[in-house]
Structures are given as structure tokens and as C-alpha cells.
Write a protein that binds this ligand. Structure first.
Ligand code: NAG
Length: 407
């Protein structure tokens, strides 16, 4: 009892040190070199060359976007210019081109019947006096004549109420409008500045060029029809229901190369593709009004429900430049990882290779105090390791991470 617990304590107070065992085996030798080669080529090829792990990276891109739309459209006997169809007019990175308008003119504050089918009624009590968020105003609780045959609930608000189920034309000329984008960016970490108007762009180019992903990838003037087509959408359909198109400008720059190599990359996508699929709220629209006053002081307004294509200019990017710190960290990681190969080779060597038992016996060796002092050779541990030397024994070294499963 006492001796077993003493053994336990003696087992605990041991020290392991690494001893190199050179294995002259072609199989394990080839596996070892192959694994090392694999790890080294992964680090050189992927980590260093592809992922550029030797660079410091700045992902906090600073950017400003100015937009300008040009073109004339025809809509209900009006010629529409930029001030009519672009909102907001400030040239921000998010703007709407209005392509369809439902206009309700001469609305004044007052009482009038609702004109939607779901407000149809026969008696007053069908028009409960509650505040509704839909419809043209607050229900008064009365059921009044809409026309000679139909009765609807009465509302208080801007009258007459809007009829937004009517069919109105779409301003298809918008397809030929042009969008000019001016984008400046800065990578604060490297104090690197650049814009999408590249230095080789002349004033003539600016007037005549049109963006094309292959032929003119750096032209800052884009035709709206091309943008919508590149986002894989149908212009006529989009103009009718409204929608949101993203214009992405990517700046992924390797600042170890010259300044000229840092160029923008344009890509286009439909951002509200979810609303395209659902039936409840398709597309994109909003309402606004223009207010006027009669000479007698009463106010009236023109209400507009606008359908349009919203363009969001999104700028993203990152820049990398050689830096000694990430280079050192990743080099050390690469060298350390080469050592991972020995774990795999040890598993194969000690378990699956022919003569694994011999390798095991050579690899793990116990040395007690008594081995070093042969005079006192009465210790049972010493004797056991003597008698079992060269035979298969279940041993493992937990500290060094080399395991023998003991098959
Ligand atoms: C756009 O312009 C082209 C050529 O300038 C013209 O053929 C086409 O009809 C125009 N599209 C629309 C919708 O007006």
C-alpha cells in the first residue's frame, strides 16, 4: 500500500527530455519530407503569395462620393430634367431617379369619401371611428355616397383622396440617362489618396466616354440602362415597380506596387432582391407633396406617389503594404507549423509501420537514478525496465505530444 503510493509519487516526480531517434526507413522518410514540403508550399504559395501575409493591411477606407445625373425624359406632356426626376438634388451617394408618378392635384383639407374598395360600406357602423395608418385620412365614422351607386366611409384629411391603383406611364427615357460618379478615397494608415478620375482621363474623354466593364472600365460616366443590365435586371420592369441598385466601387490595393496600380473596380447588384420575390411589398416607392396657396390664403397641394430606381454607391476596399512585424510573425508561424509533420510521422511510425514495437522501444526509454548509480540496483522500477527492454511495452510520453495508441 505504502510502496504503491510511493511509486505513484516517484512516477510523478520525473523529468522527460527529448532524445532524437534517427529512423532509417524509406517509407517514413518519404512521408516526413512530403508532409514538410506540403506545409512549406502552403505557407509560401497561399499564406505569403496569395494572402500577402507579409503586408500590413488598412481596411478602414475613407471615401467621398459625388453623383450627377444628366438626360431629358418625357412624362405626361412634360419634358423632365434633372431637377424634376432626381431626389435628393445634392448629388449624394444615395439618390432616386423617379420613373413613374401618380399625381393627385388640388388637394385641400376637408371631408371626403375614401376611394379604396375596402372602405366600401352600407351603414355608418361599418366605418368604426378609429385612427388608421392606411388610407387617405382619419375616418369620421360616416358612410357617404362615393358616386350614384357606391357608398364608402368618409375621411377627414387631404381631399380628394389619392387613387393609387390607376395605371400611369413609365418614363423609359431614363434608360439613356447618364450618371457621373466622382469618388475620392484615402487609406489613413498609409496616408494614401486617390480618386476614380484617373490621371490619364482627358476632358474630351469625360464628355464622350461611357463605362463598359471590358472596353472602358475606368470611365466615370455610366449609362443607367447599362448599370441595370449589369445588375442582371430588366430596366422596363424595374422602372415600373421601383427598386434599389447598388453600384459598388472596390479599391483593393497593393501599395508595394506603384501608385498607378491602385485602380477602382466597379460592380453592380440589385440590393432589394428580396422585395422582388415577395408579393406584399414589391419594388420601391415614396410620397411627397408640393404646397401652394390660393390668393385668399387657403392652402392646397399636389401629392405625388413616386416610383423610381434608387442607386446606392457603396465604396469598399483595403490596402496592404510590406511591414516587418506581420512578416516576422507569419515566418515564425510557418517554421513552427513544419514541426506539425513530426506528430503525424510519429503516429505512423509507432503504430502502423512494420516493426513499430522496436521503434517504440527505442523511442521511449525510462532512466531512473539507479541506472546512473549501478551500486544500488534493488529498485523494482529499474529491474522491470531492464527485463522488459526491447519488448513491447505500453508506454507513452504525454509531455512531448508523441502518442502510441498501442495496437
Ligand atoms: C436610347 O438611345 C438610343 C440611341 O441613342 C435610342 O435608339 C433609344 O430609343 C433610346 N431609348 C429610349 C428608351 O428612349
Amino acid at each position: 500500500m505504502l510502496s504503491s503510493s510511493m511509486n505513484c509519487v516517484a512516477d510523478f516526480f520525473t523529468y522527460e527530455t527529448t532524445k532524437s531517434v534517427v529512423v532509417k526507413s524509406w517509407t517514413i522518410g518519404v512521408i516526413n519530407r512530403a508532409v514538410q514540403l506540403l506545409i512549406i508550399s502552403y505557407f509560401i504559395g497561399w499564406v505569403f503569395l496569395h494572402e500577402k501575409a507579409y503586408q500590413m493591411r488598412d481596411t478602414s477606407i475613407e471615401s467621398s462620393v459625388v453623383t450627377k445625373v444628366k438626360g431629358f425624359g418625357k412624362y405626361s406632356n412634360h419634358v423632365m430634367d434633372t431637377a424634376d426626376y432626381v431626389t435628393p438634388p445634392q448629388g449624394t451617394s444615395v439618390f432616386v431617379i423617379i420613373t413613374k408618378l401618380i399625381v393627385t392635384e388640388n388637394q385641400v383639407q376637408g371631408l371626403c369619401p375614401e376611394n379604396e374598395e375596402r372602405y366600401r360600406c352600407e351603414l355608418d357602423n361599418e366605418c368604426k371611428k378609429t385612427v388608421t395608418t392606411t388610407g387617405g385620412g382619419i375616418l369620421t365614422g360616416l358612410c357617404v355616397n362615393y358616386n350614384a351607386t357606391i357608398r364608402t366611409c368618409q375621411i377627414q384629411g387631404w381631399c380628394p383622396a389619392e387613387v393609387d391603383t390607376q395605371h400611369v406611364p413609365v418614363m423609359l427615357e431614363a434608360e439613356n440617362f447618364t450618371l457621373f460618379i466622382k469618388n475620392s478615397i484615402r487609406f489613413p494608415l498609409f496616408n494614401f489618396e486617390k480618386g476614380n478620375l484617373l490621371p490619364n482621363l482627358t476632358t474630351d474623354d469625360i464628355k464622350t466616354c461611357r463605362f463598359d466593364p471590358e472596353k472602358q472600365p475606368f470611365c466615370p460616366i455610366l449609362r443607367l440602362g447599362d448599370i441595370v443590365k449589369l445588375a442582371k435586371q430588366d430596366f422596363a420592369k424595374l422602372a415600373k415597380t421601383g427598386g434599389i441598385i447598388g453600384i459598388k466601387i472596390g479599391w483593393v490595393c497593393d501599395l508595394d506596387h506603384s501608385w498607378d496600380h491602385c485602380v477602382p473596380k466597379y460592380s453592380f447588384t440589385r440590393l432589394d432582391s428580396v422585395s422582388e420575390k415577395n408579393n406584399v411589398s414589391r419594388g420601391y416607392n415614396f410620397r411627397y407633396a408640393k404646397y401652394y396657396k390660393h390668393e385668399n390664403g387657403t392652402e392646397y397641394r399636389t401629392l405625388m406617389k413616386a416610383y423610381g430606381i434608387r442607386f446606392d454607391v457603396l465604396v469598399y476596399g483595403n490596402a496592404g503594404k510590406f511591414n516587418i512585424i506581420p512578416t516576422l510573425i507569419n515566418t515564425v508561424a510557418a517554421f513552427t507549423s513544419v514541426g506539425v509533420g513530426t506528430v503525424l510521422c510519429d503516429i505512423i511510425l509507432l503504430n502502423f509501420l512494420k516493426g513499430a514495437d522496436q521503434y517504440k522501444a527505442k523511442k521511449f526509454e525510462e532512466v531512473t537514478d539507479q541506472v546512473l548509480h549501478p551500486a544500488s540496483s534493488s529498485n523494482p522500477m529499474y529491474r522491470s525496465s531492464q527485463t522488459l527492454a526491447g519488448r513491447c511495452e505500453e508506454k507513452q510520453s504525454t509531455d512531448s505530444g508523441a502518442y502510441s495508441i498501442g495496437l
